[in-house]
Design a protein around this ligand. Sequence first.
Ligand code: DAH
Length: 360
Amino acid sequence: MSDIETLERDLGAQIEAAGDEAALETIRIATFGKTGSITALLKTLGAMQPDERKVAGPAINGLKDRLGEALARRKAILKDAALDARLAAEAVDISLPVRESAIETGRIHPVTQTIDELTAIFTDMGFAVAEGPDIETDDFNFTKLNFPPGHPAREMHDTFFFNPKPDGERLLLRTHTSPVQVRTMLAQKPPIRVICPGRTYRCDSDQTHTPMFHQVEGLVIDKTANLGQLKWILAEFCKTFFEVPNVKMRFRPSFFPFTEPSMEVDIQCRRQDGEIRFGEGEDWLEILGCGMVHPNVLRNCNVDPDEYQGYAWGMGIDRLAMLKYGISDLRPFFEADVKWLSHYGFRPLDIPSLAGGLSQ
Ligand code: DAH
């Protein structure tokens, strides 16, 4: 068999065996490229005697044409196959329901939602958000808030204490957000207008108490702060938060070491078939504690009580969430149960705002 026939058979077989366009291109370069086998063969024509060239010329050129055609044919077949494979791989069944993206399927926890809602309400009234650590000193959690050492009100807080340090100091998990009042007054000059949402801890557990829970504190310090303003702020808050046009409130005398006078606030509600409605009815529900900041607290925080006065309040965030969203048990709030969360949670892109709606 002549060289040409052998070459044609070998290259023809290679072309047929090429599995994809890239493999075929490698063969094309090895055949027709600068150093390709056919290119080399064509170059031999120049050195041939005319007689020899007359025979070899058409033979080599014929081979060149046939291989060129074979390459083009195979290329077309591979291209079609590649397109078919891609169409099969990217097939879309347009009758299937649209799958929600991760950001759509996730849910915002009711506590986070409630914090976002009350932050929207109070920041609209000109309050800033202040924060403090969960691990507190006895001084900030109690003493500076006018709980003298040994005072019985300390016992009511079911405090989690850490082991004493070598110097005898005992740190604790803050039992309320009120120490953030102290931190704010020590760090800022009045006028002060802050809310302090955050985690708080008490050794307590039943259907409506968990060892970790959330509170929000409010604090206003300026020269003319008074109870009338406090009542207005709380009434506005309740109406906006519970999304009702009117809500009656009842202020009852109470006792907190850090306020004088101190009050507890109940809001009007109707209890019916296990549901609570606000802004109507004859029942009352306690929602917060408040009062005028005690002069001892102001003094302890380097604020002159002869120049400044203030009011403060504290309320349970989890309780607000339970009341607004009809959740009767507090414990699942902290059990990270996805089924519970997808039922009681909120869509992540529905950000609460006064203009756009708090809970939609
Ligand atoms: N710290 C109180 C508690 O945990 C709540 C409270 C009551 C906060 C009255 C206040 C206040 O700021 O004025 O029970």
